[in-house]
Design a protein around this ligand. Structure first.
Ligand code: NZQ
Ligand code: ZN
Length: 386
């Protein structure tokens, strides 16, 4: 097992009715920026619950944080916080609002040009504004991790950053909030979480036995509940297991002591930046083709995954690994994912060359757990995804 440090200070407040606890979680004298997205929280009653819980606080609202949050929008919130001298942020939304608030929190007191946080990928270690979250969409794990992804509109770049100072102080995760989610977003949540586990599990055989079992159990749970939660989001057993699986998939635990990949996400982010394809759907497109192109590098772990998660009985490694990829694609289709770029845009022919050029400009010569996802491999993966 590799050496590791596990630090996670997030106070996870999970369950029905927990939004009412906000006043115990935010300091009484705080001047709060309430940040949200396109307005779903007004239709599903979440805003009303938050407003009720925040009675007595000085609250300034900031709406309009987009899916795939934009740097340009977030900087408006930074200006507002500075003007009104606010000192606490509450994110109410999905991964985009939470990621956006992480950026706002880091940018408010940043010495220098905040765009550098993204462009130079500065690790955020201190000087942030404290914030908490009320999660409305299980998917990203952002409610319990210290990473975020922000898009710069001007350059059409989707860039990640993070650091120990951008963990939420608390996250309220009430599974009943998912009942208003459109089917598409429920599907996205399952597949994003599934791929998060795959990025931290589907590498090569190693000695961290417990980590593998954690990862496999999250995958099995998502396979068990995924198709049903999409149809019955008001079923509390399904909703609560879905929400907790998504958090556990990316709260840092399963990545400790093991090699990790993340190349599917890096390539997928480019598809969102270029074509605005939903994050999870980019993963469903790229993931299986990455496993195909990197087959020799990943086949032992693919075979283990196939046997333990899908019950594949083939005894030879190549056969079990191939079947495991097929099972994964079938599951993605069951979950309503289309798995080709051409399903989303007619204008895809130059995508591979464009992405390779960008990666080369950024000096990304070798992604993945063995740094062997070279520009040539990226090209092959993207072209296979047309
Ligand atoms: O904006 P509103 O009106 O709230 O509507 C949102 C949005 O249109 C809607 N929604 C959210 N909760 C709802 C709801 N609609 C009805 N009822 C509810 N309860 O859903 C839409 C999508 O929301 P968004 O926050 O964009 O989705 P998601 O949570 O999937 O977040 C995606 C973003 O997170 C990033 C992605 O790249 C993408 O930008 N990621 C962040 C990660 C992290 N911080 O660790 C890791 C992930 O890999 C991912 O990259
Ligand atoms: Zn993701």
């Amino acid at each position: 097992m590799l050496n590791f440090e596990l630090y996670n200070p997030v106070n996870m407040v999970f369950g029905k009715g927990q939004i009412a606890k906000l006043s115990k979680l935010i300091p009484q004298n705080a001047k709060v920026l309430l940040a949200y997205g396109g307005g779903s929280i007004f239709k599903n009653g979440v805003h009303a619950q938050v407003a009720e819980a925040l009675k007595g606080y000085e609250v300034t609202e900031f709406g309009g944080i987009e899916p795939n949050p934009r740097y340009e929008t977030l900087m408006k919130a930074v200006t507002l916080i500075r003007e009104k001298k606010l000192d606490y942020i509450l994110a109410v939304g999905g991964g985009s609002v939470i990621d956006g608030v992480k950026f706002i929190s880091a940018a408010v007191n940043f010495e220098g040009d905040p765009v550098d946080i993204l462009v130079k990928r500065i690790r955020i270690e201190n000087n942030t504004m404290p914030f908490g979250t009320v999660l409305t969409l299980p998917a990203t794990g952002s409610e319990m991790n210290s990473g975020a992804v922000v898009t710069i509109d001007k350059t059409q770049e989707k860039l990640s950053f993070g650091g120990p100072a951008v963990f939420p102080q608390f996250s309220i995760c009430d599974p009943t909030v998912i009942s208003s989610l459109p089917k598409r977003q429920l599907q996205n949540g399952v597949i994003d979480a599934y791929t998060h586990v795959m990025e931290q599990y589907l590498t090569y055989p190693h000695d961290a036995l417990l980590q593998d079992r954690f990862a496999e159990s999250i995958l099995q749970t998502l396979i068990e509940i995924g198709p049903d939660v999409v149809e019955n989001p008001t079923d509390y057993k399904l909703a609560s297991n879905f929400m907790w699986s998504c958090t556990m998939a990316l709260n840092g635990l399963i990545q400790k002591g093991v090699p990790t990949d993340w190349a599917t996400h890096m390539i997928g982010h480019e598809l969102t930046a270029l074509y605005e394809i939903d994050h999870a759907r980019t993963l469903a497109i790229i993931g299986p083709n990455l496993y195909r192109v990197m087959f020799d590098s990943k086949k032992e772990k693919l075979a283990q995954y196939g046997k333990r998660v899908w019950g594949i009985t083939a005894t030879n490694v190549d056969g079990a690994a191939t079947q495991a990829i097929e099972k994964t694609v079938q599951f993605f289709h069951t979950m309503g994912m289309e798995t080709k770029i051409s399903n989303y845009t007619a204008d895809y022919e130059k995508t591979a060359d464009f992405i390779v050029k960008r990666f080369e400009e950024r000096g990304w010569k070798g992604l993945g757990e063995r740094q062997n996802v070279t520009p040539e491999k990226v090209k092959a993966i993207v072209e296979m995804s047309y």
